[in-house]
Design a protein around this ligand. Sequence first.
Ligand code: FAD
Length: 362
Amino acid sequence: STALPHDTRVVIIGAGQAGLSVAFHLRRLGLVPARDVVVLDRGPRAGGAWQFRWESLRLDTAHKVDDLPGMSELGLSFSTADQSLPARDVVSDYYASYERHFGLGVVRPVEVTGVAKLSNGRYEVQTSLGPVRAEVVVNASGTWARPFLPTYPGADTFAGIQLSTPDYRAAADLASLDVVVVGGGTSAVGFLLELEGVAASTTWVTRRPVEFTMDEHSKVAAVERADAAARAGLPIPSVSSGTGLPASPRNIAARERGVLVDRPMFSSIEADGVRWSDGTFQHADAIIWATGFRAELAHLAPLHLRESGGGVAVERGRSLRDPSIFLAGFGPQASTIGANRAGRVVATQVLDALAATNAATA
Ligand code: FAD
């Protein structure tokens, strides 16, 4: 991995899909030289959050990963990747080749702890390896490290195992247990299918009744809602909550087998199970909280980007409060459809921001 420079023009925080895609476009389309773009990532390997996904997860119809821009030049595509290998290894290997091929200087492992604005208008990015100064900061830190856990009365009295999505390792860890899976997204579906025949029982609970209706139209509508929230600086609604789940043959068949049948949310948690408001009780040895993620932005706190609505106002990946700060892969760009375009959209505006600082110092 590259050494950490102390001065550069663009710092990109995060080497996942969003960060690498911005770096590629800056280098390729903007002809920005290597020394002017530094990508920082705290993961030990390439692959962004994918390197941390559980071993049994495969790239398949439910988990399609978009190719990075220019990846075909390496003869690589996730659509033809070996589905017998763990997704985390495939993504990590492909991303590592990509970083090498395009000479994207990724410094890892390095933790970004803060970003501060200096009086000369530049930024100081504080890291576990020391400070780096830059004219523009692109935050592409993803959500993996911030699983969202709702609170329910009695959660702290539960005597069994509680996991969030990033804690999950393997179905075998939950063999012969009664498992409650909470959440209406793809992660919950994946867990329920993996646990079928391994757990003693699974119970699926969701806040809204699940519909297997996802199509292109509902995806576009969900992205538009996320975009409107991002522009208004409001918390971003999850894209999947507005689309329904894919009506794939596998999901439909599992629904017919009784595996993907959802119940409403329980109202409280007891030592050995969960209880609904009508008094119904389900014994549980484990609860999996597959209840979504929030953007990881704590390191940006010194920039005071938060609006009173609780979110960070962003339009086309650019902060509305500070036009030299970009959030790639955030809000509408976090979805699988949005992420593909995000790199180019952000890189184009980063070039504008760099041109503006050039003009100001000329
Ligand atoms: P990440 O891949 O999360 O990359 C962010 C990087 O920034 C990480 O490497 C992280 O370590 C690093 N980082 C964060 N904070 C710091 C810091 N302070 N200092 C240094 N480094 C930092 N998308 C799909 O296309 N297909 C799927 O099947 C799919 N499944 C998903 C399943 C789950 C459970 C989740 C949560 C998401 C899924 N997604 C899927 C969407 C997923 O968000 C994107 O595919 C993609 O991984 C997001 O890329 P990213 O670059 O925004 O973030």
